[in-house]
Design a protein around this ligand. Sequence first.
Ligand SMILES: Cc1cc2nc3c(=O)[nH]c(=O)nc-3n(C[C@H](O)[C@H](O)[C@H](O)COP(=O)(O)OP(=O)(O)OC[C@H]3O[C@@H](n4cnc5c(N)ncnc54)[C@H](O)[C@@H]3O)c2cc1C
Length: 386
Amino acid sequence: MSHRTADVAIVGAGILGLAHAYVAARAGKSVVVFERNPRAMGASVRNFGMIWPIGQPNGAMHQMALRSRSLWLEMLQAAKLSYRPHGSLHVLYRPDEVEVVKEFVERAPGLGYDCGWLDREATLARSHAIQPEGLLGALWSDTEFTVDPRQVLAALPAFLEEQYGVRFHFSTPVRSITAPHLEAGSDRWSAENIIVCSGEDFETLFPGHFAASGLTRCKLQMLRTAPQPAGWELGPSLAAGLTLRFYPAFNVCSSLDALRKRIAEETPEYDQWGIHALVSQTADGALTLGDSHENGLTIDIFNKEEIDRLILRYTHQFLRAPDLSIAERWFGVYAKHPDKPTVVMHPQQGVRIVASPGGSGMTLSFGMAEQSMVELGVLAGDAAHV
Ligand SMILES: Cc1cc2nc3c(=O)[nH]c(=O)nc-3n(C[C@H](O)[C@H](O)[C@H](O)COP(=O)(O)OP(=O)(O)OC[C@H]3O[C@@H](n4cnc5c(N)ncnc54)[C@H](O)[C@@H]3O)c2cc1C
């Protein structure tokens, strides 16, 4: 067994691990990343690729999302990776949805959101992918953008290696950590800081800490169309009325209770499976559709056809595109705490576990990484505006 060293050792090459590698390497640290699979296969390649600050609750989390967004853009430009900078639309078909959005838009400037109300005509002028029948208007925000997660997660390690000399060890599970040492593959490493970004793996490293943390898992069903015809662009990524009851940003609206009540009475099946609907577009032009939310430590390995049917039923009410036939179906799992937006633990001196940005890990990843580096003393406090 050979013995090697780095300033920062990172477990996991999902987006949180890569964001930590980027921020640490940019600060001049020598960084090594271990990923147990031949390539990232977790939540980070199974998502919509939405960088979505509009969903974050006002205050610290929204600020972190905005800071994370800036770091994302910096990284994408430096790595010459493409993204879709088209903003977001929450499209609305019911008067109670309009009421929530108008209330939100009125409070938005004071809360730090840059967004606005669009009437029916202005909404249709913004996107040709929206069903006009019954449309009342939309919440427009240009803060959001979309990456193709499979493309970014595959390309980012090569950029970090070339640009900053980050060392990657794929197909290399980290088996044990006793700081400053860790055992990975056939090597023993030591590092000043060890950062564990193991996603929903609660069993391999520090199982006692994970068990005591209150973290659980969330399973999401997803679908993807075939690539749309060349030249057809989604434009802004789409959400709709069900999303207003899902993202905590909208909890400031007193009119939300009535919306929740109506959905619970009229379509309890959406609440039963935690369904809301988002639409994004991948690099090859396909549309990613989803999703549902089933919480619990034990993940059902089978997808439920009923959930896919409900997601499609709702999505077809607001989305129009040349080809809505489904080419791919899958599910993703993320770690989630019932109350806390993120969980950070220090099981040993020199070890930091960064877990559970839940359904917002793409959005928050670079902001969380910067916060880690400030708290570890790798970056000065004023480097992070969080
Ligand atoms: C279907 C779905 C849609 C989503 N959509 C969005 C979205 O549009 N926008 C958004 O902001 N967020 C979204 N999210 C949330 C986001 O994807 C996650 O919060 C984020 O990807 C978590 O990143 P991670 O790096 O912590 O986990 P992961 O991507 O799961 O990565 C963890 C990695 O650690 C590795 N690992 C674990 N243990 C070890 C070990 N012992 N040794 C070596 N390697 C190890 C695993 O193999 C894995 O590759 C979505 C999530 C899902 C599931």
